[in-house]
Design a protein around this ligand. Structure first.
Ligand code: F6R
Length: 231
């Protein structure tokens, strides 16, 4: 699954060496980044002209914090290929004025030409980025308050619940939908229910990812467990 995803990303990079890649973090993506790094080592696919924009970042975490998305993407990808760091962008969760940072990030994405290919994972409730059920399909980059269930689920990574960030910055759903191509990766039994709902084709803000049904160029790569409830 990860190799397949890496093949599609490699194809994009080879066809358009100055592509803008939209990146995601999370467990599902780790294998894909590892496969890209393998390909870089074996075939020397170059990222010298690539620009990247990440979907999201916690507010208040230093980039060096092991749970920050800066730390994740540096460790899994940027530090292992030849991409110049000044061509990689993530929302700045330490900005003094977070509202202004959201607007800045949205205009930055536009300035660099928008994403040619956006990598996406999906939450069990259908979230994409940090866009939880109920988020407007018109939303651009914005601040989100993290649901207490999500904070509890993440508390094991932060030792104490009080240390889990309360807010994050995320690309909005409209931001994501502007990407020319979207690659959704889904793995595991826990995602089977949401994938089955996604494939009914019904579009509702209660399932943020359902908007992908209206995008002209989406590829879904899923494993058998994730597809096990599809009829
Ligand atoms: C991460 C992100 C999230 C994850 C989603 C799935 O940048 O935006 O929406 O893609 O929560 O996470 P995993 O892959 O850990 O199940």
């Amino acid at each position: 699954m990860s190799r397949k995803a890496a093949d599609i990303i490699n194809d994009q990079v080879k066809k358009k060496p100055n592509s803008v890649l939209g990146l995601a973090t999370g467990g599902t993506m780790m294998g894909a980044y590892a496969a890209l790094v393998d390909d870089y080592k074996q075939n020397g696919t170059s990222y010298q002209q690539i620009k990247t924009v990440n979907l999201d970042e916690y507010i208040g975490l230093e980039p060096e914090h092991p749970n920050s998305y800066h730390y994740y993407i540096n460790g899994h990808f940027f530090n292992r290929v030849d991409i110049p760091k000044d061509q990689t962008y993530l929302p700045n969760g330490l900005a003094k004025d977070i509202e202004a940072e959201c607007q800045h990030y949205e205009s930055l994405i536009e300035q660099i030409g928008g994403m040619d290919l956006q990598l996406l994972g999906i939450g069990q409730n259908g979230h994409i980025g940090f866009n939880e059920p109920g988020t407007s399909f018109e939303s651009t980059t914005h601040i989100v308050e993290l649901a207490s269930l999500m904070r509890q689920a993440n508390s094991c990574f932060f030792n104490r619940l009080e240390k889990v960030p309360t807010h994050a910055i995320t690309m909005g759903i409209a931001t994501i939908m502007k990407s020319k191509k979207i690659l959704l990766l889904v793995s595991g039994k826990k995602k089977a229910h949401i994938i089955a709902q996604l494939f009914t084709g019904k579009v509702t803000t209660q399932i943020p990812a359902s908007i992908l049904n209206t995008h002209p160029n989406v590829i879904v790569i899923a494993d058998q467990e994730a597809l096990s409830l599809l009829s």
